[in-house]
Design a protein around this ligand. Structure first.
Ligand code: GDP
Ligand code: GDP
Length: 461
């Protein structure tokens, strides 16, 4: 296990900027509005080969525990328990505030080693603040500019003595990820994203899966404003095996027209990024709302991106339970509408679940692992061409203008998603319907049902 470093500080000191800097991409939201960082985010961080997991916490706000900021504070307290180090960030330009001092007092009582970071220290405007921060009694501050990337080497110098040993041990024990495309069985954690409209139950589902109050849930729509990755292991009750999962939670996707705030625009972009990152995407539907056009749009986007998609119909504890309700008719209705709406992929796994009671969740995860295998599968060139010859014989390509289109050979060019190249001549004349015939054949006869399949045509002289 890599060491974990948690970033702590009051709102607006630059925690998200630092988080982004450490993970080297723009995953977290950054905004001037205090409290934008509403939840925990995790990412893989690296400074000069020192690898660790970084956790960005909610803004620390001084309020009661039953308010949203209060709950975020409780989350911070949960996060710190598992951390190997804390980066306590202050704003060197603003100088110390009473809240900084309160956090400092609290941190001194924790057992986790603290590295004090005086951010926004570029130029001279931060000098006084850097000096002042010695007064927190947390040792020498590291002057840093998260925005400009200055001082990162000093941060390395401060972190190495604390987490270096654990990072090196983890580096040696790290399993090799199967990025090349020869492997039949995918390895590494299953990268799973949960997407769906606001209020479908994404946060509830993730909480349930993790068995811990990791994400905030509540009646406020869109409370998860951002994507969060959480590594976790799941024991399959079928075979007792423990498997690794990296769960990506995304902001609720909603209709573009309704996205008014800048913040929400960022969140939609973020959901797309999470899909990019995922191997398998679970589209969560709200059974009490049925299938809406927006759900099909999301599903279509996921398939366009070439990800393996499955559908979980949530809130099955209440769906169809009202007087005169009929749960199986409801299920079949949604499934039928999905088949009609997503004609490009047949046989998508569709499951009924309840994030609230946990019903169907083990089945869902089993299906997700199976789907990843299909998505990663490679068929032998021999088997592929045996099928290809049969397919051409059963239904030869047309002969526009009396000259036959020749299809010679097919090969699987890649996996994740499965990609095929067909070589032949006069390919620009090949009707779309024939291409579809081939794609459907690959799906049905070669076991690639339920995943997106790509076919490219190439001229062979
Ligand atoms: P958080 O609320 O602590 O997560 O803070 P953010 O990361 O959202 O940053 C708050 C504001 O400070 C944003 O406007 C950032 O652009 C700005 N900021 C972050 N780091 C620096 C820095 O190193 N120098 C300066 N001048 N501004 C910064
Ligand atoms: P998100 O916006 O997709 O993250 O949705 P939330 O997880 O915040 O859930 C929205 C609302 O639906 C909350 O009031 C949840 O308690 C409720 N909810 C979520 N899952 C279930 C479920 O399986 N059954 C029932 N009855 N309610 C649920």
């Amino acid at each position: 296990m890599k060491p974990t470093v948690i970033i702590i500080g009051r709102p607006n000191v630059g925690k998200s900027t630092l988080f982004n800097r450490l993970i080297g991409k723009k995953l977290a939201l950054v905004d001037d509005q205090p409290g934008v960082t509403r939840d925990r985010r995790m990412g893989d961080a690296e400074i000069a080969g020192l690898q660790f997991t970084v956790v960005d916490t909610a803004g620390w706000e001084d309020e009661d525990a039953d308010t949203l900021p209060g709950r975020m504070r409780a989350q911070t307290e949960v996060s710190i328990e598992g951390a190997d180090a804390a980066l306590f960030v202050i704003d060197a330009r603003a100088g110390l505030t009473p809240l900084d001092e309160e956090i400092g007092r609290w941190l001194r009582q924790q057992s986790v080693p603290v590295v004090l970071v005086a951010n926004k220290a570029e130029g001279r405007a931060g000098e006084a603040g850097v000096f002042e921060s010695y007064g927190l009694g947390l040792g020498e501050p590291v002057p840093l500019s998260a925005e400009h990337g200055e001082g990162v080497a000093d941060l390395f110098g401060a972190l190495w003595p604390v987490i270096g040993e654990k990072a090196e041990a983890a580096d040696e024990g790290e399993p090799v990820e199967d990025d090349d495309e020869d492997g039949e069985r995918p390895r590494g954690p299953l990268k799973l994203a949960i997407v769906g409209r606001p209020n479908a139950g994404k946060s509830t589902l993730i909480n349930r899966l993790l068995g811990e109050n990791r994400l905030l849930t509540g009646p406020e729509a869109g409370i998860t404003r951002d994507s969060i990755a959480v590594d976790w292991s799941w024991t399959n009750p079928r075979d007792g095996e423990t498997r690794e999962i990296r769960l990506i939670d995304t902001a609720g996707m909603r209709k573009k027209a309704r996205v008014v705030e800048k913040l929400e625009k960022l969140s939609v972009a973020d959901a797309r990024r999470a899909v990019d990152f995922a191997e398998v995407v679970v589209l969560l539907l709200d059974a009490t709302k049925g299938l809406e056009h927006q759900d099909l749009k999301i599903a279509d986007m996921v398939l366009q991106e070439g990800r393996a998609l499955m559908i979980a119909i949530n809130k099955w504890d209440v769906a169809g339970q009202e007087p005169g309700g009929n749960a199986s008719a409801l299920f079949n209705g949604i499934k039928g509408a999905l088949d009609d709406g997503l004609a490009q992929v047949r046989g998508l796994p569709v499951l009924a679940v309840s994030a609230k009671t946990g019903k169907g969740l083990d089945t869902m995860l089993n299906a997700a692992f199976e789907l990843r295998e299909t998505w990663s599968k490679r068929v032998s060139t021999a088997a592929l061409n045996r099928w290809f010859d049969d397919a051409l014989e059963a239904n030869p390509p047309p002969a526009p203008g009396g000259k036959r289109i020749k299809l010679r050979y097919i090969t699987q060019a890649g996996t994740r998603p499965p990609r095929f190249v067909v070589f032949g001549t006069r390919l620009d004349m090949l009707p779309k319907s024939y291409e579809r015939y081939l794609v459907n054949g690959i799906r049905a006869k070669l076991g690639f049902d339920a995943v997106p399949v790509r076919v490219v045509l190439k001229s062979a002289k």
